[in-house]
Write a protein of this length. Structure first.
Length: 168
């Protein structure tokens, strides 16, 4: 039979290895998170190039009459611009909150959809030519901000790893 001392030490070593393993797992995912954000940025830039090539295209006029009746009139461009500004500020606030609470960065593929939707909105209203640059600048700014969040989060994980290694 195993003595109480050996059982206690065996339990401690199991608990220690259970604490170390998630840190090493997170180390492997550290760079994939940054690469995923960069791939999302590349997709955003490709969609932006596509949106720029169709800058004189009016999606509302190109749609059929039943679709126009179903969708109604396109929103005024100032409302789309307000929605873009609200989205930008809310994304910044959410990212700053996540950075302050040391939360992991959010999924960037959802953000890609949100950012590219504004090209669709402006195309539907027929004013993408005049509002292409603001959508592009907001998108690039938010991607840069997301990348900073990833860097800070990875730095925190690296510090935790070094601290954990320093204990042994």
């Amino acid at each position: 039979m195993m003595s109480e001392y050996l059982k206690t030490n065996a339990d401690r070593s199991i608990k220690k290895s259970a604490k170390i393993e998630p840190v090493w797992e997170r180390t492997e995912h550290r760079y994939t998170r940054a690469r995923r954000n960069l791939w999302s940025l590349v997709a955003f830039l490709l969609i932006s190039i596509d949106a720029y090539s169709f800058r004189n295209f009016n999606l509302f006029e190109a749609s059929s009459e039943p679709v126009r009746q179903l969708l109604g009139y396109p929103p005024p461009t100032y409302l789309i611009s307000i929605a873009l500004a609200v989205y930008c500020f809310s994304a910044v606030i959410l990212t700053l909150t996540a950075m302050a609470n040391y939360n992991p960065p959010a999924s960037t593929w959802k953000n890609l959809g949100y950012r590219c939707t504004f090209y669709l909105f402006y195309s539907f209203s027929g004013s993408i030519a005049g509002h292409f640059i603001p959508v592009l600048v907001v998108g690039l700014f938010l991607y840069a901000f997301d990348q900073c969040h990833i860097w800070f989060y990875n730095f925190k994980l690296e510090q935790q790893q070094k601290e954990l290694l320093g204990r042994f």
